[in-house]
Write a protein that binds this ligand. Structure first.
Ligand code: HEM
Length: 210
């Protein structure tokens, strides 16, 4: 008898909670989501004029390289910082060696990023025959402005310089940069570099996406 009552009760509780879950899922779409869908559709129309299914497989305009290349220094520097932080908790010389190589690759990968960024600026200028030289001239003469582009370049150059300085530090200290008093200073400079890099990327993203 008790078992029967428990069985009936659990069926009732089960049915009630199932109804509650269903009613949550049956919410009609809000006005906002309709608007988002519409704008996503109109974006789709614009995009479909540019790309076909297979055209992305062939490299296209050089103007699209900067947004592609920026991911490399970002990924390498984030990974390098993670390895150095792991070293603080699990000291292992391989972590320091690998992080040094990551820093090298990050510094090298900055070069095409900076080149393509400057070139993109030149492409945007009207009647430019040599986008890189024109972009460079434009950026140098506006280096200390407070426009979004100048702020992006200022932070980007700063993060490049911090990375090079850390690389020189590793060489001068003969790879003792994570020993003794140097360790907290080197970790602090790594985190500062990462902070500046994120700032550069945030401003860069606002140029492309706003
Ligand atoms: C002097 C050097 C640089 C110049 C002149 C520059 C210029 C530009 C320009 C014009 C854009 C707009 C998108 C485009 O037209 O390509 C852009 C976007 C961007 N830049 Fe730079 N940039 C420089 C260096 C860097 C560096 C070193 C980084 C970081 C690694 C960086 C990260 C970004 C990011 C994340 C975007 C947004 C990409 C997207 O989401 O579409 N830039 N930059």
């Amino acid at each position: 008898m008790i078992m029967d009552t428990l069985l009936i009760l659990s069926v009732i509780i089960g049915l009630t909670s199932a109804t509650q879950i269903d009613s949550k899922n049956e919410k009609p779409p809000s006005k906002d989501s309709t608007a988002t869908n519409q704008s996503a559709e109109s974006k789709d129309e614009v995009d479909s004029k540019k790309w076909t299914l297979f055209s992305p497989l062939i490299p296209h305009a050089k103007e699209e390289l900067h947004p592609l290349l920026v991911h490399f220094p970002i990924a390498f520097l984030v990974l390098e910082a993670l390895l150095l932080l792991s070293y603080c908790f699990y000291p292992n010389e391989d972590l320091v060696k690998f992080s040094k190589w990551l820093l090298w690759i990050a510094v090298i990968s900055f070069i095409p990023v900076i080149y393509s960024g400057i070139r993109d600026v030149g492409v945007e200028l009207l009647h430019s025959k040599n986008p890189f030289t024109d972009g460079l001239r434009n950026r140098l003469s506006n280096f200390f402005n407070t426009t979004t582009m100048s702020i992006h370049v200022l932070y980007a150059v700063a993060s490049f310089l911090i990375s090079i300085t850390r690389l020189i530090w590793i060489s001068i200290s003969k790879e003792n940069n994570m020993k003794g008093i140097q360790r907290p200073l080197f970790v602090a400079s790594t985190l500062l570099g990462l902070w500046i890099l994120i700032a550069a990327s945030q401003v860069g993203g606002s140029i492309s996406h706003e």
